[in-house]
Design a protein around this ligand. Structure first.
Ligand code: NAD
Length: 503
């Protein structure tokens, strides 16, 4: 089939501009796609999906591996554009790129094993049947992504949806659409023979995202804030469109008395300040056991004071993305200090827009916004607890439940098990996020549904059961008229199977 690698651009559109948050320089202009544009993309995707589904697991794997190779060969384009658009150090951009490319590799290589039809036991009463379950593609998946990990959220969502046999229409954030669109377009650049529209991007503001929710797609995979997630779910409920919601977090870390404090301090600082703390799984709260508090705080202070905000290659992290985000950080730091908390590192003076230097706050009341709400900035709260049990109780006391971490040399298992979160890293930070084979997602206000791993692949399919009759067995129970003989036979079977035989 002849195809085009790029999306046909509509002729006349209102445009929005994207500016580098550090310099204010314009990076690009993008069209605001309308509901009609979105509907056209979905129609085109629906037709292309037939071709994609017909490629089967092996054909799709080959196309996706071609895509992985293309991405690896063009990684510099992503680093340069990601840096130009969001002013993040290229090292931060690279981490998102790596996690995305690894998701594509894993889903491509494992979709057949995970999703291929499998036989299932038919049960005693239907022993004359053969049963099986297949996982069918949903059709067209709408993917709505945030600004903060623009490459990763696009590639990861596309990986699961495509490997499962779906077409995709992606609506990236209006704050970082350029690098996200490059990620979307890369599939067709690697696979010029794939039908146009199998994968496409629509750009715009919230209304374009809302139009995608209303467009009749077969599922919406949304990654973003809790507030927008609620709106997405409300909109999708009108058409009973299923949703995956990957939302915000307020990730806790517990430091036990037997923790390696050097490793813990280093990880907490990196996990809290990576990407200027603008990470859904960034470490925002730390609960340290009293007996090691002073030693831990001294190490955190030393590590945090080495972290620098800036845009050059050696900066630890870049600027805040918007002035609104700076305002949230300022209000949380101020609220904590007003409530009697101590600034171990930095303070209000650390806020020098668009940058925020590292801030570590100690002894913040648990009902303070700096503890209860997502800060999404380079601010870490460290509170002291008498025991790890109390640490777990406080860790579980927010509405969020995305990631978490535990530092302990011997007792990590019991602590980790009791934290209510979609993932936990032991003796390090954020590690499960970069593992394509394990599921990623949250509980509570952090959302529901999963990307990555087997669960992520199944998320973009529906289960279809098949039951084939092989032979007749006894008097038919699935036919009229009913007989006393049938009733008696089933009665005996129920009592034998469930009363006497069940252990
Ligand atoms: P956001 O909610 O402001 O925007 C996300 C996307 O939703 C954007 O593309 C936006 O245009 C679109 N949108 C806005 N209004 C919409 C509507 N009414 N209908 C449909 N789409 C709409 O989020 P953001 O500021 O870009 O990202 C930061 C947030 O995302 C943080 O809360 C962060 O924790 C979260 N996040 C979560 C994960 C995760 O995997 N759990 C990953 C990254 C970021």
């Amino acid at each position: 089939m002849t195809t085009t690698a790029t999306d046909a651009q509509p002729s006349s559109h209102t445009m929005f501009e994207v500016r580098n948050p550090a310099t204010g320089a314009e990076v690009g202009q993008f069209p605001i796609h309308t509901a009609t544009d979105v509907a056209d993309r979905v129609t085109q995707a629906r037709s292309a999906q037939q071709w994609w589904a017909a490629q089967g697991f092996d054909g799709r794997r080959r196309a996706m591996i071609r895509w992985v190779r293309w991405l690896a060969a063009h990684c510099e384009e992503f680093y340069d554009l990601g840096h130009a658009e969001t002013a993040r150090p290229k090292g931060d951009v690279q981490m998102g790129f790596y996690a995305g490319i690894e998701d594509i590799r894993w889903t491509a290589s494992n979709a057949k094993r995970v999703l291929k039809p499998r036989s299932a036991p038919p049960g005693l009463a239907l022993a004359n049947f053969q049963a099986s379950v297949s996982h069918e593609p949903l059709g067209v998946v709408g993917i709505i992504t945030p600004w903060n990990v623009p490459i990763y959220t696009v590639l990861s969502g596309m990986a699961c949806a495509l490997a499962a046999g779906n077409a995709v229409v992606v609506k990236p954030s209006e704050l970082s659409p350029g690098v996200a669109k490059l990620a979307v377009d890369s599939f067709h650049r690697a696979n010029p023979d794939a039908p146009a529209g199998l994968v496409s991007a629509v750009t715009g503001l919230g209304d374009t995202g809302a139009a995608l929710c209303q467009s009749g797609v077969d599922k919406v995979a949304f990654t973003g804030s809790v507030a927008t997630g609620r709106r997405v779910m409300a909109t999708c409920s009108e058409t009973l469109t299923p949703v995956v919601l990957e939302l915000g977090g307020k990730d806790p870390t517990i430091i036990a008395e037997d923790a390696d404090l050097d490793a813990a301090a280093e990880s907490v600082v990196w996990g809290g300040f990576f990407n200027a703390g603008q990470a859904c799984v960034g470490i925002e709260r730390v609960y340290v056991v009293d007996s090691v508090r002073d030693s831990f705080l001294a190490k955190v202070k030393a590590c945090a004071e080495r972290a620098t905000a800036g845009t050059d290659e050696l900066s630890s992290y870049g600027p805040m993305i918007t002035s609104g985000q700076v305002d949230i950080v300022r209000s949380h730091v101020q609220a904590a200090l007003d409530s009697g908390a101590t600034a171990l590192v930095g303070g209000i003076e650390s806020i020098r827009p668009p940058f925020v230097d590292p801030v570590v706050l100690v002894d913040v009341p648990e009902d303070n916004p700096a503890v209860t709400e997502e800060t999404f900035g380079p601010v870490i709260v460290v509170n002291t607890v008498p025991t790890t049990e109390e640490g777990v109780r406080r860790a579980n006391s927010t509405r969020f439940g995305l990631g978490s971490a535990v530092f302990s040399t011997k007792r990590y298992e019991g602590i980790a098990r009791r934290i209510r979160a979609g993932g936990v890293t032991i003796n390090s930070a954020l590690a499960f996020v970069g593992m394509a084979s394990v599921p990623f997602g949250g509980v509570g206000d952090s959302g529901f549904g999963r990307f990555h791993g087997k669960d992520g692949l199944r998320e973009f399919t529906y289960a279809k059961s098949q039951a084939r009759k092989r032979f007749d067995m006894g008097p038919p129970v699935q036919a009229f008229p009913r007989t006393a003989e049938q009733f008696d036979m089933v009665r005996k079977m129920i009592r034998w199977r469930y009363e006497r035989r069940l252990k």
